[in-house]
Design a protein around this ligand. Structure first.
Ligand SMILES: NC(=O)NCCC(=O)O
Length: 384
């Protein structure tokens, strides 16, 4: 399994495919070639100074007579942890705040209206260890924790909606931990929060040791720039999870993630792209970068040797559109900011062509699922 030395699928295709083949491969894998955004020179200079990748693409929609284009710029941030996982907790959080601040400043230069960070962005992805301390110390209040206050400042200063996925400690309700995304309006006010609905029980993703399955359903947040929802990481394997955000009106669904190559890299380009197609909306898949080393060894319950790292987080964040087009991924190895200009009119335009909502037969599935979840249900299998 490749680590940082394999830069990206896109770089590999460009290097090895003759142009006519490359064009056909891109047509199939990326829907169509998107126009590159003309981002400001100072933004590229700042990104280069801060050592992160900056890419920008535009999704176009057809001109309409009655509606004006509904343009929104989204920013996706992927990053490594800047300090080792055994550094003091407060220092790690501060270093991450500093790193994200620098990236958000560049996003502001690029006119980003809504920015989303990666899953549990204030900490190493330590759930593989099954140890409680110090990792539970990274949990914070979604309402008034230091990270939410930090993001409120960013949001207000830059007139930007901030989606901040954190490990949440709900001290008012039994100190329960949750995997939560806090949504902060561009005014700086907290618009609300949403919690990860599906918890992985696969490989080293031992997350149910730490926090509970979300209990907030599928909220959609009306922002000044459009209706957004957050489907956190493992939720992207569950088509009904995407569907419910879409049924509640989401036009953009963010998927902040933390996932490793050996487990999911072949699923990654398909799932968020398919969700955008199936639900007539935009999806934004975000993954962290690099290998995180932990102080103590842990095993994976597979008879193999104990180890101190989780595997390689392969970045590759991208945006997908309802018409099956998608941006190239950010690199597998570098911190990065992906800026995408969306015209939200495309959602309705594609809906009117393909009619998945109109042909979805949801009442039929609601009836059948209501039966299927009963303990005395027997599957409908017709036998000879
Ligand atoms: N963070 C998380 O839910 N990871 C699970 C693995 C995956 O969904 O690829």
């Amino acid at each position: 399994m490749a680590g940082a030395e394999w830069k990206s699928l896109e770089e590999c295709l460009e290097k090895h495919l003759p142009l006519p083949d490359l064009q056909e491969v891109k047509r199939v894998l990326y829907g169509k070639e998107l126009r590159k955004l003309d981002l400001p020179r100072e933004a590229f200079e700042a990104a280069s100074r801060e050592d992160f990748e900056l890419q920008g693409y535009a999704f176009e929609a057809a001109e309409e007579q009655l509606r004006r284009p509904r343009i929104v710029h989204v920013g996706l941030v992927q990053n490594r942890i800047p300090l080792p996982a055994n550094a003091p907790v407060a220092e790690q959080v501060s270093a991450l705040h500093r790193r994200i601040k620098a990236i958000v400043e560049v996003a502001a230069m690029c006119g980003v209206n809504i920015i989303c960070f990666q899953e549990a962005w204030t900490m190493p992805f330590a759930f593989c260890t099954r140890e409680k301390l110090p990792w539970t110390e990274f949990a914070e209040s979604a309402e008034d924790g230091p990270t939410t206050r930090f993001c409120q400042k960013l949001a207000k200063n830059h007139d930007m909606v901030v989606v901040s996925p954190i490990l949440e400690r709900d001290s008012e309700h039994g100190d329960v931990l949750w995997n939560t995304a806090v949504v902060i309006s561009n005014s700086g006010a907290i618009l609300g929060k949403t919690r990860k609905n599906h918890i992985p029980r696969v490989g080293d993703f031992n997350e149910s040791t730490y926090y509970m399955e979300g209990n907030l359903g599928h909220p959609v947040f009306q922002t000044q720039f459009g209706r957004i929802a957050v489907n956190i990481c493992y939720g992207r394997h569950h088509p009904l999870n995407w569907l419910m955000y879409s049924i509640n009106g989401a036009e953009i669904i963010f998927n902040p993630s933390a996932t490793i190559g050996a487990l999911s890299e072949s699923l990654w380009p398909i799932e968020a792209r398919n969700a955008a197609i199936a639900n007539h909306c935009f999806t934004c898949a975000i993954n962290r970068v690099g290998t995180e080393h932990f102080p103590n060894e842990f095993t994976s319950g597979d008879g193999k040797k104990a180890h101190q790292d989780f595997g390689y987080f392969y970045g590759s964040s991208y945006v997908a559109a309802p018409d099956s087009s998608r941006t190239p991924g950010l690199s597998r190895s570098r911190d990065g900011l992906l800026v995408a200009k969306l015209d939200l009119n495309l959602c309705q335009q594609v809906n009117d062509v393909w009619n998945f909502k109109m042909t979805g037969r949801y009442e039929m599935y609601a009836r059948e699922l209501a039966e299927a979840v009963k303990s005395n249900y027997s599957p409908t299998i017709v036998k000879e």
